[in-house]
Design a protein around this ligand. Structure first.
Ligand code: FAD
Length: 472
């Protein structure tokens, strides 16, 4: 191994790292992928995107069955949830895609190296050295012309608590032995909201506690309002502007104390999920030996994901200002290796990263919220179309939510799209493409959408900007 000099060595095999490795192979680079875990795929595949979406799909089916009689399906009243079968299906999906990654590495001639990688400083004669510690403690070195750091992130904990069987992060929550009777979720970002949605569907009494004044704080205000309305209708207890003061174990569960409007509130539940954000894994990777610059615990990068240390790039969740999402991470990996291969690249457009939350109801958004557009002093027009007017939404029994469009007042260019409701996480792809192509309301009002589809709500929402939605 020490004799081989790679064109690029990638540390970390999450979606950012493995995508970079595959594209590097496709571009003809000699590439190594270093991973300290026993499996490839990182947070997203093992304890993030994929297992949560698997559980959300089970939850969706379970919710449909609650209305079986309405759909003319009788005799399902005595149904029971086989939690261990739910877990088995989730695990088999993860396993299938883990195997798939192994296949893709071989197909693209990526050398997978098992071990923990650390930077050693600047390149010598154009060659970097990575210190590698194998799982059995054996030390070796990897030589490479370029390095891409893709070490990802870890769930943050509050009050220095350690996760266990009652105070959980996403990792423990995904494999609880049974559905808890009650759950307090601290943090109402995408992770907190998705777990609240999953377990509420399965009958858990869910309490959501958020420090900021509204749930899903980065989303357009109207999205937060609609999600609050639907979640309350679903029986989720929502507490915003709530500062958690204490988390204590009791005989049977966990008690959380928070203050809200000057009042102290206490609530006990079987389990507590802490979902208060994720910290970049930048400690103990040798960053201190380099010129890499940090911004509040994340790595600063330039247009091609390059750090301040020549020949070292950073991608994915560890990058300052890049949305902590699998798809922004993977695109940042593609940009970095394309640059390394000396090919033409485009920087990651951070303002065009779709944000998706796969709860019930789903949320998909891209671009400026109405408030952000106003803060920028832009003259805007806003159109909103409720799914209540969409015939396919009626067919699938999903009328909550709307599509909201923020457009430039003068030229009609789409500046932001905010969707809450059925298939929102799929519909948002159209909005991203439209924004990439600088589409305008005039063009989109004449763009044919098939009938009856949920996507027709997009057409109506574009038209709503001019006060001319057909179905509202
Ligand atoms: P990671 O996926 O964290 O991978 C980093 C890898 O690096 C790991 O395998 C780790 O073992 C390895 N590593 C770390 N240090 C070293 C080292 N020194 N040497 C060798 N290997 C090392 N995003 C979405 O887009 N859609 C979703 O639906 C979604 N759902 C999510 C649900 C949950 C519950 C969570 C927690 C996150 C979710 N995310 C989702 C976010 C997504 O998982 C992350 O944005 C994504 O995994 C980041 O990818 P990454 O490659 O930067 O890092």
């Amino acid at each position: 191994m020490a004799d081989t000099i790679y064109d690029v060595a990638i540390i970390g095999s999450g979606p950012a790292g493995y995508t970079a490795a595959i594209r590097a192979g496709q571009l003809g680079l000699k590439v190594a992928l270093i991973e300290s875990a026993t499996v490839l795929g990182g947070t997203c595949l093992h304890v993030g995107c994929i297992p949560t979406k698997a559980l959300l799909f089970n939850a969706e089916l379970w919710d449909h069955l609650k209305h079986a009689a309405e759909y003319g399906i009788d005799n399902v009243d005595g149904r029971t949830l086989n939690w261990s079968a739910v877990q088995t299906r989730k695990t088999s999906i993860v396993d299938k895609h883990t195997k798939g990654l192994g296949f893709l590495m071989k197909k693209n001639k990526v050398t997978v190296i098992s071990g923990y990688g650390r930077l050693t400083g600047a390149a010598k004669d154009g060659i970097h050295t990575i210190d590698l510690t194998a799982t059995d403690g054996a030390k070796s070195e990897v030589k490479t012309k370029n390095i891409i750091l893709a070490t990802g992130s870890d769930a943050k904990m509050i009050f220095g608590l350690k996760p266990d069987d009652r105070i959980l992060t996403n990792i423990e929550m995904l494999s609880v032995p049974q559905v808890p009777k009650s759950l307090i979720v601290i943090g109402a970002g995408a992770v907190g909201v998705e777990f609240s949605s999953i377990f509420r569907s399965f009958g858990t009494e869910v309490t959501l506690v958020e420090f900021l004044p509204r749930i899903m704080p980065p989303e357009d205000e109207e999205i937060s309002k609609e999600l609050t309305r639907v979640f309350k209708k679903r029986g989720i207890d929502i507490n915003t502007g709530a500062k958690v003061e204490k988390i204590e174990k009791t005989e049977t569960g966990v008690k959380v104390t928070w203050t809200s409007n000057g009042k102290s509130v206490e609530k006990e539940a079987e389990k507590v999920l802490v979902a208060v954000g994720r910290a970049g894994r930048i400690a103990d990777v040798g960053i201190d030996k380099t010129k890499i610059e940090l911004d509040r615990g994340f790595i600063k990068v330039g247009e091609a994901q390059e750090t301040a240390e020549p020949g070292i790039y950073a991608i994915g969740d560890i990058v300052a200002g890049l949305p902590q999402l699998a798809h922004s991470g993977s695109m940042s990996g593609i940009v970095a290796v394309t640059k390394i291969a000396g090919r033409k690249y485009r920087s990651v457009r951070r303002d065009r990263v779709p944000a998706c939350t796969y709860s019930e109801p789903q949320i998909g958004s891209v671009g400026l919220t109405e408030a952000q557009a106003k803060e920028k002093g832009l003259e805007i027009k806003v159109g909103k179309f409720p799914f209540a007017g969409n015939s396919k939404a009626t067919i699938v029994g999903s009328h909550d939510g709307f599509v909201k469009i923020v457009a430039d007042a003068k030229y009609g260019e789409i500046l932001g799209v905010h969707i809450i409701g059925p298939q929102a996480t799929e519909l948002i792809a159209e909005a991203v493409a439209v924004m990439e192509l600088e589409g305008t309301i005039d063009e989109l009002m004449f763009t044919i959408h098939a009938h009856p589809t949920i996507s027709e709500a997009m057409l109506d929402a574009y038209a709503a900007v001019e006060g001319m939605a057909i179905n509202a």
